[in-house]
Design a protein around this ligand. Structure first.
Ligand code: NCD
Length: 317
């Protein structure tokens, strides 16, 4: 029996260093399973996982789906368009309908911050936040951490530069919380218009120049320019943005020679990252995708096992 004192995963906030380490250790095991020919286990056999996505997503939804299937759960995907009116009502109504079907875990993505936490109060199963507005995306931060830890051996004291559209990014928020909790040194590099007010209070060093922000960094984490979330004009032009903030070979030279290049996807090639860098030898973008499935297996297994809900309570063979 494993002890994980949380029924839901709503964010990185509230997780201790031990909680995070436990999830990453389990994810390391899940990587091994995903690399075998036989990838299906019976850990969550008989349990039902519903993916409730109010926002379009290919990679996150398929990653959660594969994770559930590899654990032996029955997985159902519900993609619901965001209705512009009565959003709160629609969200809760849909969740209550699904709840009546006795799912064991609900994976939720929604464009409003706090949507997953709201659902967690209403339904009787575990809830995993797969991204809520500009708030959190905890499994992304965990998969990023796993990718870094496997490459560097530790998260303590490494320098991570998170670059670009921090303002609209739940990925950045969750990563800042996690990396700080694990003792890494976090920098954000962005124009002032793409940084939230008071970001320094999250325990990051702020830079407006890539040359300074990337200096001696172990990890360069690029963020997508989230144009769909931009109402006004945050950047003068995409060309200018790339000139100052797009990661290319020249800017990458400032970081450590073997610095990892990361991106949560989907990428805007030629906007925040040059194509040759995205596909280059320092890029671990594909590893991030692989780690995504493993981390989601670890999260769902841990949440459900710690409630004594699985078939096999013992350690996996
Ligand atoms: C991220 C998200 O949705 O927040 N993408 C993802 O999870 N695949 C980052 C992004 O959209 O830029």
């Amino acid at each position: 029996m494993i002890t994980f004192p949380h029924r839901h995963l709503l964010g990185i906030k509230g997780l201790t260093e031990q909680d995070i380490t436990l999830l990453l250790d389990r994810a390391d095991e899940a990587v091994k399973i995903s690399r075998q020919r036989e990838k299906k286990t019976s850990t969550l056999r008989g349990l039902t996982q519903i993916n409730l996505f109010f926002e379009a997503s290919t990679r996150t939804q398929s990653s959660f789906e594969l994770a559930g299937k590899r654990l032996g759960a029955d997985v159902m995907n519900m993609s619901v368009g965001n209705s512009s009116v009565k959003k709160g009502e629609t969200l809760i109504d849909t969740a209550m309908t699904l709840n009546a079907m006795h799912p064991d875990v609900l994976v939720v993505r929604h464009s409003s911050a706090g949507a997953a936490a709201l659902l967690a109060q209403k339904v009787s199963c575990s809830v995993v936040n797969a991204g809520d507005g500009q708030h959190e995306h905890p499994t992304q931060a965990l998969l990023d951490a796993l990718t870094i830890r496997r490459a560097r051996g530790t998260l303590a004291r490494i320098i991570v530069a998170i670059c670009g559209d921090v303002l609209h990014s739940r990925v950045a928020r969750s990563n800042i919380l996690l990396l700080n909790q694990m003792g890494a040194r976090v920098r954000v590099v962005a124009p002032a218009t793409l940084l939230p007010a008071g970001i320094e209070q999250m325990g990051v060093e702020v830079y407006h120049s890539m040359a300074e922000g990337l200096k001696d960094a172990d990890v360069v984490m690029m963020l997508r320019l989230q144009r769909e979330r931009m109402a006004g004009s945050f950047v003068p032009s995409v060309r200018e943005y790339f000139h100052y903030y797009g990661l290319d070979a020249e800017k990458l030279k400032a970081a450590k020679e073997d610095a990892l290049v990361m991106h949560p996807g989907p990428m805007n090639r030629g906007v925040e990252i040059a194509s040759d860098i995205a596909d280059g030898p320092q890029s671990v973008i594909e590893q991030q995708v692989e780690m995504g499935v493993a981390v989601r297996m670890a999260v769902m297994e841990t949440l459900l096992l710690s409630q004594g809900l699985s078939q096999n309570q013992g350690p996996r063979p």
